[in-house]
Design a protein around this ligand. Structure first.
Ligand code: NAD
Ligand code: TYD
Length: 340
């Protein structure tokens, strides 16, 4: 494997963090630069075991800081950029959209400009299926790469805006880009404000588990390690300018997800608390993965095996999620969802 310098933005977050660890192990000849602002969602403790690796570097920067980003690109001459850094939580985007616009749109633009100026060989933009909006409950409908872009939340519309900028840099300037649009991820180091890790941690503490509306909304769950292999494949084999949807046909209602976790943990369903619905709550997401499968990708986990592995991980890493829960972030949501 040839040498390469890879800039991973958002590598202290959930998916970027898993991807950094995956790349460090898989490509010892690659230098992996983890650039992260360390917002509330950024946590470096997850990388304690790779800190000493010869090919791991951490850079504490904000992707919206043009001058600092340009200086970094000028010094390091990256071959690849894999761009995860974003504000990622829909509920936060409802409460406080401004930072989503700044980070997700302007930050992506700063990186695109630097990648163009310093001739990056591939700009991988990690996006989401949420840019397609919502599907109804007909199980035969799926998002494909040509589905219309119809985002509904400030989060998904900021991601859609950044996707369009990435496309424009390919069409206008010929910057080699790929966009991946993945379904909901779960697995180790998932920040405990999201449905699955929140349910596990609350169940273990015997706390009420908020389920929005009637819990009928459907998400298509993909284990984060399967997302990492898909990104790796697109980075090396993706056709320039192409979009790839990533998902493994693991659709579940939110209620099914919560019930499964409670069952595995041997906890009572009485912990479930139905609360007011999320504003503009997308009904259903479901991916048609035919295109990424045609590159040779296949997920390892189905939901049943992946959720057991994930619950086991949260049981073994209680210290990690407990130190995060000691923060104040939960206060923000109590009013929105009429929580105690
Ligand atoms: P996350 O919230 O766990 O992590 C985001 C990371 O970005 C954090 O480490 C944070 O410190 C960093 N960051 C935020 N603003 C920054 C800035 N201005 N400059 C530098 N770093 C900054 O997010 P995640 O769940 O790991 O998602 C990563 C990417 O994948 C996002 O782009 C998201 O839209 C996309 N995605 C997520 C999912 C999912 O289910 N979580 C699914 C599909 C796509
Ligand atoms: P989330 O993990 O926030 O991901 P996303 O909004 O990006 O899909 O939410 C997953 C689903 O779970 C979504 O339909 C909203 C729902 N949900 C709850 O019912 N209760 C909760 O406390 C949270 C955080 C989410």
């Amino acid at each position: 494997m040839n040498k390469a310098k890879v800039l991973v933005t958002g590598g202290a977050g959930f998916i970027g963090g898993n991807f950094v660890q995956y790349m460090i192990k898989k490509y010892p000849n690659y230098d992996i630069y983890n650039l992260d602002k360390l917002t509330y969602a950024g946590d470096l403790s997850k990388h304690s075991e790779i800190l000493e690796e010869h090919n791991y570097f951490f850079v504490n920067k904000d992707i919206t800081d043009t001058e600092s980003i340009n200086n970094l690109f000028d010094n390091e001459k990256f071959d690849y950029v894999v761009h995860f850094a974003a504000e990622s939580h829909v509920d936060r985007s409802i409460l406080e959209p401004d930072v989503f616009i700044k980070t997700n749109i302007l930050g992506t633009h700063v990186l695109l400009e630097a990648s163009k100026k310093y001739n990056v060989k591939k700009f991988m933009h990690i996006s989401t299926d949420e840019v397609y909006g919502e599907l109804d409950f007909d199980p035969n409908t799926f998002f494909t790469e040509t589905s219309p872009i119809m985002p509904n939340s400030p989060y998904s519309s900021s991601k859609a805006s950044s996707d369009l900028l990435v496309r424009a840099y390919y069409e206008t300037f010929g910057l080699p880009v790929n966009i991946t649009r993945c379904s909901n991820n779960y697995g180790p180091y998932h920040f405990p404000e999201k449905l699955i890790p929140q349910t596990i941690s609350k169940a273990l503490k015997n706390e009420r588990i908020p389920v929005y509306g009637k819990g009928e909304n459907i998400r298509d769950w993909l284990h984060v390690s399967d997302h990492c292999t898909a990104i790796d494949l697109v980075l090396h084999k993706g056709e320039d300018g192409s979009v790839y949807n990533i998902g493994g046909h693991n659709e579940k209602t939110n209620l099914e997800v919560v019930q499964t976790i409670l069952k595995v943990l041997g906890k009572s369903e009485e912990l479930i608390e139905f609360v007011s619905d999320r504003l503009g709550h997308d009904k259903r997401y479901a991916i048609d993965p035919t295109k990424i499968e045609s590159l040779g990708w296949k997920p390892v986990y189905d939901f049943d095996t992946g959720i057991i592995q994930t619950i086991q991980w949260y049981l073994e890493n209680e210290e990690w999620w407990r130190q995060i829960l000691n923060g104040e972030y939960q206060e923000n949501f109590k009013q929105l969802y009429n929580l105690e």
